[in-house]
Design a protein around this ligand. Structure first.
Ligand SMILES: Nc1nc2c(c(=O)[nH]1)N[C@H]1C(S)=C(S)[C@@H](COP(=O)(O)OP(=O)(O)OC[C@H]3O[C@@H](n4cnc5c(=O)[nH]c(N)nc54)[C@H](O)[C@@H]3O)O[C@H]1N2
Ligand SMILES: Nc1nc2c(c(=O)[nH]1)N[C@H]1C(S)=C(S)[C@@H](COP(=O)(O)OP(=O)(O)OC[C@H]3O[C@@H](n4cnc5c(=O)[nH]c(N)nc54)[C@H](O)[C@@H]3O)O[C@H]1N2
Ligand code: SF4
Ligand SMILES: [Mo]
Length: 677
């Protein structure tokens, strides 16, 4: 055990002189779930640093969270309930007591439910904190009691999970850390160095041993530029590329017949479905050379320890679910699951639920309640009949983060919509609220943290009480339940009792709290599907039959716009409004290829208008080498205070499965509006 850690633990045992040092885990919607050590003095957070003993993050945090002390103590932090006084969106509020604000919510919601029925209430939430209890615990019961509509689907991960589960019976894959044992790592639509930075050193470790790393990404991201090879396919053409790979694997005899026979079903249909998907066929669709596809397929087929690695980027397309089904099929037909360092690694979040964290304890089954998927919030607020007249939005910033934000904004402007927001800051969404409640920070609340990037469960001990009158998500719903005179047993539980409810009794809580993390049970020799045993009806993997639907094209909007995560100091839209973050990032620009720029008489630095079916935005153009002709890329996550929202132009078209958003196939046109003198 490193000395620093031993020292931290000593302090942990006794709060000395008003100083309290505790172990916690980063709650952000990020695969890394880093371990941290937080110190508060006289109730004020004064230091937060990486826990050097954490096996995955190893003492490092990131440029977002290195300044978490500033976030917690920021002057703009919301500390009291507020009631709107000005027009919606103007951000004019007055401070109110909790009692007054809760009473207003009770009266408005009760009246709306009486007029329109419970389903007029829509609970929208996301992963501002992804802690097991703070993200999941009490709201299902609260909204079930109201008879509210249900939030289904997700903009993040559910499509990938659904696609994988269609093959394996569950969305469970390999440990991302098995990269260290791989000889070939294919980063499929994931920007590891930015979005999953603590995995990168392990990939470098494999490379030092001779492993090759290939990126499959339409954009030459910082990760793609650091790989041994980069395949810049056209956005949304993963299906033909994967089918061509499958075609070559079958044609050239790269199959593992024994594994296939024992552990897969549907091979003859699968094989027939890729009989025509030759590299030639795929090349024109994907915009890649035939030889490049052949080479990738052969490299994959002839390397035993070959690992596919994806996260979320590749699901945001019309055939996102099918993409993940095909990614899941490749290591089955080639038997790669049998080899350490082989298989398919995406989110491993679901492994925590297998043995340690039973989130179903919090769920309330209401299959008949109206289900409205998360990414289409704008439509639900503007097109539904009977309408949504009450919106609860917490743990996320939907006006900025949901596709087609122009529609979300039109919805939030409705006079007959009552919006309740629980937030840490006056976000774009909060500005449209009728009532805003102040939310606690992770260093002020208890939680256990399942990770989606590694196989350790994290503990989060609060270092201090919430500042002002802020409350955790669990306390927020306890107070709401109380105001609505709901008396379900679950609302009476403390946070630690909720943790007891959700955490398997087999987890050593003492160890978890002492170290700040424990290895998930049953994952020490983590080699899933080595001997098959897929949780399907037959115990076999179901090979998918997919038909390529073609990329949606639109003659008026011939360029495909990608709106990727790009800023090292932003986490989705969190931190974009925070001093010390926004001004250190460069202003958003739309990057396009020289050929597209020339055809439109656009020069580097010109102010341009980007127009789609959904709306338009204006920003400077940059002529860049990171994209191919026909593709443009711009960042998202900025707040409107300084910038326009990328999502004002993105498409909210649905994915093939999982209730996701296919915004990576946003078709746009770009035109010059002025040239800087
Ligand atoms: N610094 C930082 N880190 C983050 C976040 C952040 O905002 N900032 N966000 C966190 C969150 S919520 C998530 S979900 C993860 C996401 O982690 P990733 O999935 O790694 O990131 P994305 O940027 O969503 O997408 C990755 C890549 O997919 C590519 N892509 C787009 N369309 C296609 C396509 O059709 N096919 C293929 N093959 N690739 C495509 C994009 O160009 C992008 O480079 O990152 C997390 N980490
Ligand atoms: N164009 C485009 N759009 C995207 C993406 C993209 O790549 N491009 N990525 C998509 C993805 S993968 C995701 S996951 C979503 C993310 O979208 P969101 O989940 O909306 O994430 P954030 O924008 O970071 O907003 C999180 C908010 O939660 C608040 N918060 C943090 N902790 C707590 C808490 O404990 N309680 C409460 N009540 N609030 C808290 C923070 O202050 C912050 O404002 O965006 C999606 N939207
Ligand atoms: S945001 Fe991600 S990388 Fe940064 S500290 Fe949190 S878990 Fe680690
Ligand atoms: Mo995400």
């Amino acid at each position: 055990m490193p000395d620093v850690y031993a020292a931290a633990m000593t302090v942990l045992e006794h709060d000395v002189g008003g100083e309290r040092t505790v172990l916690g885990t980063c709650h952000h919607d990020c695969p890394d779930s880093c371990g941290w050590i937080a110190t508060a003095r006289d109730g004020v957070l004064v230091e937060l640093r990486g826990n050097p003993a954490h096996p995955y993050s190893q003492g490092e945090l990131c440029p977002k969270v290195n300044r978490f002390v500033h976030r917690v103590n920021d002057a703009d932090r919301l500390l009291h309930p507020m009631i709107r006084t000005g027009p919606k969106g103007a951000g004019e509020f007055r401070t109110a007591s909790w009692a007054e604000a809760l009473e207003l919510v009770r009266a408005k919601v009760t009246a709306a439910v009486a007029d329109h029925g419970g389903e007029t209430v829509y609970p929208w939430s996301s992963a501002g904190t992804q802690g097991a209890i703070q993200q999941n615990a009490l709201h299902p019961q609260f909204f079930a009691n109201l008879g509210a509509s249900r939030q289904t689907g997700s903009v993040c991960g559910v499509v990938a999970a659904t696609g994988m589960a269609s093959v394996y019976g569950a969305g469970l894959g390999a440990d991302p850390l098995s990269v260290v044992d791989s000889d070939l790592i294919i980063l499929w639509g994931t920007n590891t160095r930015l979005t999953n930075r603590h995995l990168w050193p392990f990939i470098q470790q494999a490379r030092a041993r001779g492993a090759r790393v290939i990126a499959v990404d339409p954009v030459r991201t910082m990760t793609a530029a650091s790989c041994d090879e980069h395949l810049a396919l056209r956005p949304g053409t993963d299906v033909p590329l994967l089918q061509a790979i499958a075609h070559v694997l079958i044609r050239d005899g790269h199959l593992d017949q024994a594994y296939l026979d024992a552990h897969a079903e549907g091979f003859s249909e699968f094989s027939a479905s890729v009989a025509h998907t030759t590299p030639d066929w795929a090349a024109t669709r994907c915009g890649l050379d035939v030889e490049v596809i052949e080479r990738l397929a052969t490299a994959y087929g002839s390397t035993e320890r070959a690992l596919l690695r994806a996260l979320v980027g590749a699901e945001h397309q019309p055939q996102g679910g099918a993409t993940f089904a095909l990614l899941s099929a490749l290591p089955v037909i080639t038997g790669k699951w049998q080899h350490r360092g082989g298989g398919f690694a995406r989110s491993v979040g679901a492994w925590a639920e297998v043995a340690d964290v039973d989130l179903e304890q919090f769920g309330v089954s209401r299959p008949d309640a109206r289900g409205l998927d998360q990414p289409r919030l704008g439509r639900w607020l503007t097109e539904l009949d009977p309408p949504i007249t009450v919106l609860f939005a917490w743990n996320g910033n939907p006006l900025v983060s949901m596709p087609n934000s122009a529609a979300v904004r039109r919805g939030l402007e409705r006079d007959d919509l009552f919006t309740v927001v629980h937030e840490q800051f006056m976000t774009d969404t909060a500005r449209y609220a009728d009532v805003v409640f102040p939310a606690a920070m992770e260093t002020e609340q208890y939680d256990v943290m399942p990770s989606w990037g590694h196989l350790w469960l994290g503990w989060n001990e609060p270092a201090a009480e919430p500042l002002g009158e802020a409350v955790s998500n669990t306390e927020f719903f306890r107070r709401l339940a109380d105001a609505f005179e709901m008396s379900d047993e679950i609302f009476g539980r403390t946070d630690l009792e909720l943790i007891d409810l959700v955490l398997s009794p087999d987890v050593d809580q003492e160890l978890l709290r002492r170290d700040g993390f424990v290895r998930l049970q049953g994952t020490d020799e983590h080699r899933p599907w080595v001997d098959g045993g897929f949780p399907t009806a037959t115990g076999k993997a179901r090979l998918p039959v997919v038909e390529w639907q073609g990329s949606p094209t639109d003659a008026r909007h011939p360029i495909q716009l990608l709106t990727a995560k790009q800023q090292v100091r932003f986490l989705n839209s969190s931190y974009s409004g925070l001093q010390g973050h926004r001004e250190k990032e460069s202003d958003p620009v739309v990057e396009l290829h020289e050929a597209d720029a020339q055809a439109r008489a656009i020069r580097d630095g010109d102010q341009v208008r980007v127009t789609s079916e959904q709306g338009s935005i204006e920003l400077p153009a940059k002529i860049g080498e990171r994209v191919r002709p026909g593709v443009a890329v711009m960042p998202w996550g900025f707040w409107t205070e300084n910038d326009q929202l990328a999502n004002d132009v993105t498409s909210d078209a649905a994915t093939d499965s999982g209730g996701g958003a296919a915004y990576c196939t946003t078709n746009v046109e770009i035109e010059r509006i002025s040239r800087p003198s």
